[in-house]
Design a binder for this molecule. Structure first.
Ligand SMILES: [Fe+2]
Length: 534
């Protein structure tokens, strides 16, 4: 095993993280500074909720866009007090404590609060010196296997700060949700063209470089996290994260990762990217391992109502088809190679075991690349994206075989990545529209990536695939409302992100009824809805 993570004076990152989670009184040399500027300009967040526990997050940054990526913080351990209460006025504080914000972790604070009550709202805040953070609200999950009548959550993905405003988050923050699930591309590592910004904001030269080093990743996260609408959505709900490629590098993580044959400099970039990912998101410390295999796939149960399998579709996949820069290829024998795996053997077994054991009404696969087959060629030859599950047909078929197992209730696949809203039926045989529907896939569009968009870009191509009744290429998010009887997905869109203040509307809604596999149409605006099917 390669020990991929940085060492600080002989200390591993894992031991630094462990130290940062200790109460500050157990740390030597902690310091309470006075700040000229507000150190909480990146807001607060919570995440990875469990029935009795949640992660609270903040990062001290009195100068968030300082070019060195250090947020204007001194090279000192800083004391941060935290408290969590039952009410927004903090009359009923249930726990409080202090943590150390360490320079090795960019002065990020992660508090993993245990001993909370299931299915409860809580409010939290931080203080350092005389500076007090904004108040965040969070919510624990219902107790495992408890009887739960309903769930409401949002799906978000792809937030290129430089492509437009996060207006969708402004609306999401006012929604009534139990949690937000984020499907990847929280940042992009590309150079930013600071001379042609959609947003009216001056950015220094430092943002024009491609992001490859730790302090560059830190600066990029800070830039995206300065957005007030993103901060509002973080402060309103706990978030659950999956990563995609851009948190590291475009279409990175393939067989080279699996086989640990990355060149040293790429391995170092991956190390830095993972560290900055942890530092900037409310993740548990288990995300930081001692060795090269960073496990992010995990499971959440929402009482007896839904089981969420959070999948990693990047880290364990192998390629073997074409170079990762060429994402299209219609050579059937290659994409059907039974040796190819999207999930890797361990994760696949873990998923299959979960599906076998699950008692949940709805079994969810939350992941980042399209599972539905999409033929991009309107002629006779097929063209398929081998970056998606279409490049891993045998692995997909094994999952579909499991979905067909009577013991697996109501499979739902949730996806991000492609900057499009899509609703699709997963078919036993995609070439045969009359074959059995084995599950349903909902894809959420981007928050801002791709700019304003249009509702019908490429719609004709997508809807040539008979199992895809809905497609939209505007920006927005998905809201899912789930009961025992029905899964409802609302595709929400804003008409523009190039200027702030866009209204939001429900472009289309679909339901999946318990006992009736496939999409039931509820409502639509002017999104591209195939007239053939619904
Ligand atoms: Fe994206």
């Amino acid at each position: 095993m390669i020990n991929q993570f940085s060492e600080f004076g002989g200390e591993s990152l894992a031991s630094i993280v462990e130290k940062s989670l200790m109460p500050s009184e157990q740390l030597a040399g902690v310091y309470t500074p006075s700040f000229k500027n507000n150190p909480f300009q990146l807001g607060v967040a919570s995440g990875d909720p469990l029935p009795n526990s949640v992660v609270l997050w903040t990062r001290l940054a009195p100068s968030p866009l300082a070019e060195n990526g250090l947020g204007g913080m001194p090279d000192l351990n800083v004391v941060v007090e935290w408290e969590i209460a039952k009410d927004p006025n903090f009359h009923y504080v249930v726990q409080r404590g202090s943590a150390g914000a360490l320079p090795e972790l960019n002065h990020a604070v992660h508090v993993e609060v245990d001993g909370l009550e299931p299915d409860c709202f809580y409010y939290y805040r931080f203080q350092t010196g005389s500076a007090v953070s904004p108040i965040g609200r969070t919510k624990t999950l219902p107790a495992a296997n408890s009887s739960v009548s309903d769930l409401s959550f949002a799906m978000a993905s792809c937030q290129a700060w430089y492509d437009g405003y996060y207006t969708a988050y402004q609306h999401m923050a006012a929604d009534n949700l139990d949690f937000v699930m984020f499907f990847g591309n929280y940042i992009y590592e590309y150079p930013i063209d600071t001379n042609h910004l959609v947003r009216q904001q001056f950015l220094s030269e430092a943002h024009r470089a491609k992001v490859i080093q730790l302090n560059q990743y830190r600066l990029r996260y800070a830039l995206f996290k300065t957005d007030p609408d993103l901060q509002a959505a973080h402060a309103a709900f706990p978030w659950i994260f999956i990563w995609d490629d851009e948190e590291l590098d475009n279409q990175a993580a393939d067989a080279n990762v699996l086989n640990h044959v990355f060149p040293d400099e790429i391995l170092q970039q991956r190390t830095d990217a993972y560290q900055a990912y942890y530092e900037n998101l409310p993740l548990r410390s288990t995300f930081i391992p001692e060795t090269a295999d960073t496990r992010i796939y995990r499971k959440f149960n929402y009482g007896n109502l839904a089981e969420f399998n959070i999948l990693d579709t990047r880290q364990y996949r192998n390629d073997g088809t074409v170079p990762s820069t060429s994402v299209f290829g219609g050579e059937a024998e290659k994409r059907r190679n039974p040796e190819l795996t999207m999930l890797g053997n361990h994760q696949e077994k873990w998923l299959m075991d979960n599906l076998t054991r699950s008692q949940a009404v709805w079994n969810v696969l939350a992941q980042t690349v399209m599972m539905t087959e999409i033929n991009w060629d309107t002629g006779l030859d097929g063209i398929y994206s081998i970056d998606h599950w279409d490049g891993y047909v045998a692995n997909r078929n094994r999952i579909f075989d499991k979905f067909k197992d009577e013991a697996v209730n109501l499979p739902i696949v949730l996806t991000g990545d492609i900057h499009r809203h899509v609703a699709a039926e997963l078919k036993e045989d995609f070439q045969d529209p009359d074959s059995a529907t084995v599950g349903t896939e909902f894809v959420t569009t981007s928050i801002s990536s791709g700019g304003d968009g249009a509702d019908k870009n490429f719609a004709a191509v997508w809807q040539e695939n008979k199992h895809v009744p809905f497609y939209n290429a505007q920006r927005g998010y998905i809201r899912c409302q789930v009961t025992h009887e029905r899964w409802q997905t609302d595709h929400l869109v804003v008409p523009y992100v190039s200027v702030p203040g866009a209204p939001i509307r429900t472009c289309a809604s679909f339901t999946v009824e318990n006992g009736k596999p496939g999409l039931q149409f509820r409502d639509t605006g002017t999104g591209s809805l195939s007239p053939k099917r619904l």
